[in-house]
Write a protein that binds this ligand. Sequence first.
Ligand SMILES: *[C@@H]1O[C@H](CO)[C@@H](O)[C@H](O)[C@H]1NC(C)=O
Ligand SMILES: *[C@@H]1O[C@H](CO)[C@@H](O)[C@H](O)[C@H]1NC(C)=O
Ligand SMILES: *[C@@H]1O[C@H](CO)[C@@H](O)[C@H](O)[C@H]1NC(C)=O
Length: 483
Amino acid sequence: MPATTTAISRALLLVGVVLTAQLCGCTAYGGDGFSVEFIHRDSVGSPFHDPSLTAHDRVLRALGRSYARADAPSAHGVVSELTSTPFEYLMAMNVGTPPTRLLAIADTGSDLVWLNCNKKGAHGPGPAFAGDTPTPPPPPPRVVFDPSKSKTYRLVGCDSVACRELPDSSCAAGDKCTYYYYYGDGSATSGLLSTETFTFADNARGKRTTRVPNVNFGCGTTFVGSFIGDGLVGLGNSNLSLVTQLGAHASVGRRFSYCLVPYSINASSALNFGARAAVTEPGAATTPLVPSRVKTYYTIDLVSVKVGHATYKAPHRSSPAIVDSGTTLTFLDKALLDPLVKELAGRIKLPKAPPRADLRLPLCYNVSGLREGQIAAKIPDVKLGLGGGAAVTLKALNTFVVVQEGTLCLAIAPAPERLRTSIIGNIAQQNMHVGYDLDKRTVTFAAADCARSYPANAPAHAPAHAHAHAPVPAPAPAPSGSV
Ligand SMILES: *[C@@H]1O[C@H](CO)[C@@H](O)[C@H](O)[C@H]1NC(C)=O
Ligand SMILES: *[C@@H]1O[C@H](CO)[C@@H](O)[C@H](O)[C@H]1NC(C)=O
Ligand SMILES: *[C@@H]1O[C@H](CO)[C@@H](O)[C@H](O)[C@H]1NC(C)=O
């Protein structure tokens, strides 16, 4: 399946799909929404965890994955290259009847939901990236979804709305809708557009399950690229995404939230849908979504960057910034980044280390022999001024990252000029509860302790060491407590 530029460009300009008609009048939704387990791909709780890598190797690889996106071919001048790539976090879900438990990458930068249905598990090589470590071959997917074993699996016909609205599809013999879906980093997948019953187990509420029939998804038979996981769940802003499909049911609404556990912590956190996605922590700051050149992306206005009393205003009053948990680093407009680097360099009294030009990180320090708390105390907060008067405080954890033993670098790189947009990446979002409300068209940020946001981690419920390995019980075959 050659990833022709035409096809990529079509995929990047994803058009939404009217899918609401495909959903039943489901009785299985909880009116207050639900939460599922959400784990970092490199945490020890993840089946994709590679124990041979050190914590620093993992950071380097994640940075490398960021650049694989940044360096993707850009012939089309759209903003998507950096962001149309998966999240670094996996969500737990159960598909089919009886259900198969899968861990799929959650991605705010794309829309299609797809699962690996290929029993042979064929993979192509991942794209090369900058940094010290060569691209490893992707690990084989762990779980294959076998549609022949499910009573609720259905194919979607070529004349269906969903099939016609796919960015790239064809009609195979027997009225089978074949999709081709391309990501900005060169990864791609194809398979048959299908529907299935998805069941979400909510550990927060005594393993109660929420069952959603007729979710449109791609049953993937080929895939090329660097994906890990058993599939991918698009959480973008367009009609095909899981959040939009769930939101077709009024009691859930089109909203979700997540809390990103810091890279260095093994705990799981929660990905929330419906009412449970409300961000109500003290100090929550809400900013409006603004129109995006690519509808899939969540774009907000970045107005200023502040350190202490020094404020730097965005050129032309405000500049667009995509909130993307799939990008590791934050990328800032040079007009904001240059003065920020100067200001931080003047304030941070730590021994300088040479900048990591290979990683495009402009400001580094030698922190060998210092403890985390000592380092954090020397790094001032950075405040992002957002549209609508909202302000988000970035702490040391959000602005700096240890790239190798003893070397700490600012985790903010210049935004490639062709993008003409900043990106707020996942280092900047660690230990924040971030909620997206597509109906109100807002994004809300609040400081949070994400490792404590998921009940399985809370010390009152389980010993601290148990969280990462605690198996999530298979859901009951029939819906349990749903209303
Ligand atoms: C997405 O769905 C909404 C609601 O059904 C519809 O109004 C809109 O036209 C759809 N957008 C696209 C691009 O299909
Ligand atoms: C995570 O788990 C690994 C292996 O069990 C352990 O070596 C490491 O110290 C843990 N890290 C944290 C931050 O708890
Ligand atoms: C960092 O400083 C220590 C001394 O405090 C020195 O031994 C080490 O070589 C320095 N590392 C780098 C990368 O400059």
